[in-house]
Design a binder for this molecule. Structure first.
Ligand code: URA
Length: 291
């Protein structure tokens, strides 16, 4: 027997506890307006099949299988799911798919179709990029949150509004920068992406940087700095230093200026550190100045 929580029977405190538990489990977005009791649907389907009249044996018809004529025939099997690929195979496939994209549109389509990381199944929208693909500055964050997942654009929530103000403080807006994330699908409940999820996404963000071909790369937060700049220490140590990022490989490779900055979401939690971010923004502004 299955039971569903009847919200009308719960006190305010109990309802709040249930919602908190859902949020902690990563269930923090409504997908449909009314709840569906899939357990009850399953039981109804079982009852419906059991109530179906048993097929009558046809006289003289050859028996094709040892299935009892008193039972309904078994339901057809669902189509087989493609076999899961290993972590290494997923990274190789990501590298091939990313390298095959000649334009940002192709990369976006390849990203949308790529199923090598599980996050796509729980996110609602691909959060590919925002801003100007011809910009000289590219900013890369970690992964989208709930607001970004709903809108399909990076940095549109609270952290995004702070990022807009940070950019404005040095005279920039979204038309002068290009913004993306290492991971373009929202991890459930805004959890930190796993190393495997980061590894599968890395070839795509590297190709995205190559196709945008900026002069300055800004990694927002420790995860982005670790993935793209190989930074091993914490972000408060890594910030304030100049890095180089190599775009492309071989003869056509180009080294660009890169830096790591405190993530705006971190600055919301630690407002005293805004002065460090302000120092980094001024350094970036100087680096952008002609000559
Ligand atoms: N944090 C990120 O790293 N990226 C977003 O797009 C939003 C919040």
């Amino acid at each position: 027997m299955t039971t569903m929580i009847d919200a009308a029977q719960l006190s305010h405190a109990e309802l709040e506890a249930v919602l908190r538990w859902y949020a902690a489990m990563g269930v923090d977005q409504p997908l449909v307006d009314a709840p569906r009791n899939r357990f009850a649907e399953f039981e109804q389907e079982v009852a419906r099949r059991a109530a179906q009249p048993a097929p009558q044996p046809v006289a003289d018809a050859p028996r094709r299988s040892p299935v009892s004529p008193l039972r309904p025939p078994p339901a057809p099997l669902p189509p087989a799911r493609p076999a899961a690929i290993s972590a290494e195979q997923a990274v190789l496939k990501a590298q091939e798919t990313a390298a095959a994209a000649a334009t940002l549109d192709e990369l976006r389509a390849g990203r949308e179709a790529f199923d090598g990381g599980g996050l796509k199944r729980t996110a609602s929208k691909l959060v590919f990029a925002d801003g100007n693909p011809a910009a000289r500055i590219m900013l890369v964050g970690e992964a989208p949150g709930g607001d970004e997942d709903r809108e399909g654009r990076p940095f549109v929530g609270r952290a995004g509004r702070l990022l807009d103000r940070m950019l404005a403080s040095i005279g920039l807006d979204r038309e002068q920068v290009y913004i993306a994330n290492v991971v373009p699908w929202r991890p459930p409940g805004n959890r930190t992406p796993t190393p495997q999820e980061m590894a599968v996404c890395e070839p795509f963000i590297r190709r995205q940087i190559e196709l945008v071909n900026p002069d300055h790369l800004v990694c927002l937060g420790a995860a982005s700095a670790a993935a793209l700049l190989g930074v091993k220490e914490g972000i408060t140590r890594a910030r304030g230093r100049a890095y180089e990022y190599e775009i492309g490989k071989g003869e056509g490779a180009r080294r660009i200026h890169a830096c790591a900055m405190l993530h705006p979401a971190y600055l919301i939690r630690q407002p005293l550190h805004k002065k460090l971010a302000w120092a980094d923004l001024r350094t970036l502004k100087k680096a952008l100045a002609p000559g």
